[in-house]
Design a protein around this ligand. Sequence first.
Ligand code: NAD
Length: 479
Amino acid sequence: MTDPHLNLIDGAWLPGDHLTENRNPSDRSDLIGLYASATAEDVDRAARAAHAALTPWQARGPLVRAELLDRIARRIDAEAEAIGQMLAREEGKILPEAIAEVRRAAQIFRFYGGEALRIPGEAIASVRPGVDIEVTREPVGVIGLITPWNFPAAIPAWKVAPALAYGNAVLLKPAELVPGTAHHLARIIHEEGCPPGIFNLVMGPGSVVGRAMADHSLVTAISFTGSVATGRAIARGAAAGMKKLQLEMGGKNPMVVLDDADLDIAVAACLNGAFFSTGQRCTASSRLILQAGIHDAFVARLTEAMQALRVGPALDPASQIGPVVSSAQLQSNLAYIELAHAEGCEVIGGGQSGGPTDGFFQRPALFLNAQSTMRVAREEIFGPCAAVIRVRDFDEALSVANDSDYGLSAGICTGSLKHARAFRHGARAGMVMVNLPTAGVDFHVPFGGTKGSSHGSREQGRQAVEFYTTVKTAYSFGG
Ligand code: NAD
């Protein structure tokens, strides 16, 4: 363990008002470090610094930003092992997945380095002779970025990189459970020459730091990823301050398996989608909707594969599933397993699992005979648990898939072009997968959902320009 890890405000490392322990969910005896909790005054200082730094930053033009993002990407790649170790230690993702996530963060910075040089605009003929019209994009200003614990490198990257690429200044507030990865990224961004005030790291509780950001008058936009309840609370504050808002929230993602599916592809897609990353992905396949003819064979194969998964410490090379992130999350998952019993499901697997260390280990679980009306089939559990719903045919499968308050990702496994097409068009979700897991996306295309899963314009890809810029229409008359 090194010295306390401080907040980065206006280019200086500052202590906040108290320190918080960061502990390893694979091994509670492993104290990763002490992290400074910022105060509302720190947020105010960061917002003022960001505001003051904006104009000179914008005046330097896009090449400076493109080169900065490229240097950051290279540093992240060069330090991917060390950052991945930190990510695995504090979040519990197994090391190969953790390192892959860090490399994803580097790819995102590199992608937006390119986008900084491709900021779109257009010239349109005016209806008035002699008048020219230019439609251009300008930075939004100071943006508050609030991130969850489940992708500690990728999600901060997919908010910070476009924000900087398009000329904004940011305050990043990472989740309390995973300050270490964000702190490492912050150090890289700072050391690679991001000007003071343009990137600020303010760590600490959402109720203090996140709230102060959402309420601050100089913060003109908020991009949030996290739970629906928190998203709603932020939306209320942001509406009062008339802030631009982007919310990415939960999911209860359906994966349909039709009778004509390739069983190997379907089992692999569901095993990955439901249980990898300990099921702690907003795009996890938490509802498996199986046509009657394939149901039994599929359940037998998936059960076998699920029970063969090795649950263990994130840094153990033998582990395929790491721990649940926290004691509270584990207790919540176990309560849902009890609920599945109470609602009449047959539960396969589940339960707390011992390990070589004092961690929050849980065996993956399937809830058979689930109905779409059950809470276990409607509420986001955010753990390695999937509800299995039996359906007669494609039409019922699509209807059950859409019977959700969420609409993030939806998948189908089928050999039928007709049904794949009908599902792509009929699924009420922001992302649709055919013969692929509901989780696992590319970094250069839009990401987001419909209904209760998302609010505001899409993240990632070129679509990010919508949120991170504002449009100016200029009219000129040349005489
Ligand atoms: P959370 O809502 O508890 O916390 C998210 C962030 O909000 C944290 O940084 C937290 O400190 C902050 N926060 C909490 N209260 C706040 C307040 N009053 N004001 C401002 N900020 C506040 O979510 P979590 O438990 O960290 O993450 C899990 C959730 O995130 C799941 O619902 C998951 O589906 C969702 N998620 C969604 C996506 C997506 O892109 N749709 C991606 C990953 C995770």
